[in-house]
Design a protein around this ligand. Structure first.
Ligand code: ADP
Ligand code: MG
Length: 258
């Protein structure tokens, strides 16, 4: 073993958190219409540890979006078990799912999904207005400002989304995802609508957020960005076919800096 490999393995064993925050056991999802059944997920086993940065890649149709929507409690599995912390959230009503989602999940989408009529600050504040009605206006505003500061967008809080570049809009969307202090940030193709310069900046921001302690699970088809995660999953035909850890010097460096 070379010295470099030894350092890498050492980093892995000392800095990797062992606190499991999410567990999926033999999770399946079947979409049934009158004529066809699509087995989108065929038995996913996945444990997400505190402060993980996971990337999920795989060919179109392999189940990436389905997996992310189950993780985000936007949908229920057909069979199998899904735990967040100690709670079994496999089979909840729509309302129960929404409650747990508000508590634990932040989302970032490819298309930003910001509301053009609202200011940047109000866009970021919006999730709190729904989930924390007891919070005062001042507290909500402060939380939104704190979240915008994390993505270096405080100076644009009075702008409207359409006055910002795509990269800036995605940073605002990340701030909105973070504002409720989620257990995990779920990110779906965050650079899909960005040029490479803005894409790189958004990816650097996600790496920094992970370094500061945020647990991230990201779908991406871009191998360069998938390599920035510290755990890289490859999904094929509805199952996790491969997992790599700290495969690149960049991922190792991000991990080592923690
Ligand atoms: P990916 O995101 O990897 O491209 P998806 O998770 O979107 O893949 O889809 C996995 C499979 O499930 C595909 O065959 C897709 O057509 C099917 N599928 C996804 N959502 C639905 C749905 N709501 N109804 C029926 N089939 C679906
Ligand atoms: Mg998809």
């Amino acid at each position: 073993m070379t010295h470099e490999n030894a350092t890498l393995m050492n980093t892995q064993s000392t800095s990797r958190s062992t606190k499991a925050i999410i567990q999926m056991n033999r999770l399946t999802k079947v979409f049934a219409t009158e004529s066809v059944e699509t087995h989108a997920l065929r038995g996913v086993d996945l444990t997400i540890y505190d402060q993980d940065y996971i990337s999920i890649s795989g060919p179109s149709g392999c189940g990436k979006s389905t997996l992310l929507s189950l993780l985000g409690l936007l949908d229920s599995p057909t069979s199998g078990q899904y735990l967040i912390g100690e709670s079994d959230v496999s089979h909840l009503s729509v309302n129960e799912r929404a409650e747990i989602r508000n508590q634990h999940i932040g989302f970032v989408f490819q298309a930003f999904n910001l509301i053009d009529e609202l200011s940047v600050l109000e866009n970021v504040a919006l999730p709190l207005r729904y989930r924390e009605p007891a919070l005062s206006n001042a507290d909500i505003k402060q939380a939104a400002l704190d979240s915008l500061a994390l993505v270096d967008m405080s100076h644009r809080c009075d702008h409207k989304p359409n006055q910002l570049s795509g990269g800036q809009q995605q940073r605002v969307a990340i701030a909105r995802g973070l504002v409720g202090k989620p257990t995990v940030l779920l990110v779906d193709e965050p650079t899909g609508n960005l040029d490479s310069k803005n894409g790189d900046a958004v990816m650097a921001m996600l790496a920094q957020l992970n370094k500061d302690g945020m647990t991230i699970c990201m779908v991406t088809h871009d191998p360069r960005y998938a390599d920035m995660a510290t755990r890289k999953l490859h999904l094929l035909d509805g199952v996790i076919a491969d997992e790599y850890q700290f495969t690149t010097p960049l991922a190792a460096a991000v991990q080592e800096a923690k």
